[in-house]
Design a protein around this ligand. Structure first.
Ligand code: NAD
Length: 478
């Protein structure tokens, strides 16, 4: 039974000024039901459209994303707060998934085995699931949804996107661009909302699969509820990404990379480096170099071309991050508190002498706070990382191939960088962490994305030219 909750809204802020720029109407169960029904009707036709025509829509959609990159980046920056260049980067990385989806004919080719028994052939095909839903976080309002819907749609599914209610507008523009690319009505649908809309999707009998990206507690609960409801689900969670700096690393280079990965997008990336693990006698010099570089970062509105780092997403996020700095027993080397004004700003913050018990280490702060831990050996660094429940990304900075090889083989993390701080795989690989950073069996986009949004059939065929007698025995190959 659908319950009428009345019209509920949520403010969408300009994080640089603190002003409300839009009141977003939040969907109730009836709105979700209508979107799913529309997607279900569209599936009947879309799943029957030839793979070549589906690919052509993707080619057009890709061209439109390219043509509108600046416009899309501006929408993102105005609601998220990240700098324009950073937002453009997000559009491009998302567009790469569309490029991958353009090759869907090649990616979904089946297998064929001739003469598996005398006069018998065997082949396999992959078919779409039906209505798939995506639930996405605020920090990449265009890229993370693009990890999902191009693959889902190219493989013949229809899609309902529930983007973050904090920066929703770019998803409406994506729906328009899909329509312009020739995607039939109902194949891609956007439902704005919060937990109410999410729960309605998780419980809806006509939703076949859920892709979720967000924080770990929500990812865990989404995985459980969707699984209980018999859905296929991939739920990507939060992170605490360590970068190990060995004494033989080029310190200037490593510090530069850590600054970019720690403070880019105000630390609000699931692949942000939030922990620097200084090994041996590198620590003092590393901290001093990081300090100088962190102090030089220009903080300001994302739409100002001079800004290198924008605000965080909400006043609540700012206050939460500042709370961590207020309470810490670590040494505050660079203090990001005290930014005046109504915008949601926190400056780059560098903490030294952090220990594994401190909340600044155990919690995902999701802000511009870089914590430095000091250990004596590479083994101790690996043990530290492997003891952490998050396992999204990690990086090592070293001049030693041997050390890098040991690290990449022993560290229990889904994505690893060697002298690369943000090792987000390209779209033709799959993206995903381990442990509490991903619930479910499939990583997202790339080959695992294609598998996630399709299911296999194996078909055994015989065209007998003369009647053959059947036996009651279980058939074996002849
Ligand atoms: P979030 O978990 O608060 O929200 C994500 C989505 O879930 C949003 O659409 C939101 O509306 C919905 N949601 C929120 N609370 C819910 C609830 N109780 N029940 C059902 N749905 C709910 O995450 P966020 O703050 O928007 O994004 C930041 C988080 O996302 C960070 O933890 C970050 O590490 C993570 N993230 C992970 C990846 C990854 O690839 N692993 C990528 C990007 C972001």
């Amino acid at each position: 039974m659908l319950v009428d909750l009345g019209v509920r809204t949520a403010p969408v802020y300009d994080p640089a000024t603190g002003e409300v720029q839009r009141e977003l109407v939040l969907a109730g169960p009836a709105d979700v039901d209508a979107a799913v029904a529309k997607a279900k009707r569209a599936f009947e036709h879309w799943s029957d459209v030839s793979v070549t025509r589906r690919a052509r829509v993707m080619f057009k959609f890709r061209a439109l994303l390219d043509q509108h990159t600046d416009e899309l980046a501006r929408i993102i920056s105005s609601e998220h707060g990240k700098t324009l260049d950073d937002a453009r980067g997000e559009v491009v990385r998302g567009m790469e998934v569309v490029e991958y989806a353009c090759g869907i004919a090649e990616l979904t080719k089946g297998e064929f085995s001739d003469q598996v028994s005398t006069g018998v052939d065997l082949h396999s095909i992959r078919q779409p699931l039906g209505v798939c839903a995506g639930i996405t976080p605020f920090n990449f309002p265009i890229m993370v949804p693009l990890w999902m819907h191009p693959i889902a749609i190219a493989t013949g599914n229809t899609f309902v996107l529930k983007p973050s209610e904090r920066d929703p507008s770019v998803s409406d523009r994506i729906a328009e661009l899909y329509a312009e690319a020739g995607l039939p009505d109902g194949v891609f649908n956007v439902v704005h909302g919060d937990k109410v809309a999410v729960d309605a999707l998780l419980d809806h009998p006509d939703v076949a699969a859920i892709s979720f990206v967000g924080s770990t507690p929500i990812a865990r609960s989404i995985h459980q509820r969707a699984s209980e409801n018999g859905k296929r689900v991939q739920a990507l969670g939060g992170a605490k990404n360590h970068a190990v700096v060995l004494p033989d690393a080029d310190l200037e280079f490593a510090a530069d990379q850590l600054i970019a990965a720690g403070y880019g997008s105000a630390g609000q990336r699931c692949m942000a480096i939030s922990v620097a693990v200084a090994v041996g006698d590198v620590a003092d010099q590393l901290v001093e170099t990081l300090r100088e570089k962190a102090l030089a970062i220009r903080v300001g509105p994302g739409l100002d071309p001079d800004s290198e780092m924008g605000p965080v997403i909400t006043a609540a996020a700012r206050d939460r991050i500042v709370g961590y700095i207020d309470r810490t027993d670590a040494t505050v080397v660079v203090d990001g508190r005290g930014h005046e004004g109504d915008g949601f700003f926190v400056g780059p913050t560098l903490l030294d002498d952090v220990t594994p018990e401190m909340e600044a280490y155990t919690d995902e702060i999701f802000g511009p706070v870089l914590a430095v831990l000091r250990v004596e050996t590479l083994d101790a660094a690996i043990d530290l990382i492997n003891a952490n429940p998050f396992a999204n990304g990690t990086a090592i900075f070293t001049a030693s191939g041997q050390a890098a090889r040991t690290f990449q083989r022993r560290v229990q993390v889904g994505m690893i960088g060697v002298n690369v701080p943000i090792p987000v795989p390209m779209a033709f690989y799959s993206f995903g962490g381990w442990k509490d950073s991903l619930f479910g069996d499939h990583h997202i986009h790339g080959p695992e994305g294609v598998r996630f949004y399709t299911r296999a059939k194996a078909i055994t065929t015989r065209w007998p030219d003369a009647p053959e007698r059947a036996h009651l025995n279980f058939p074996t190959a002849r």
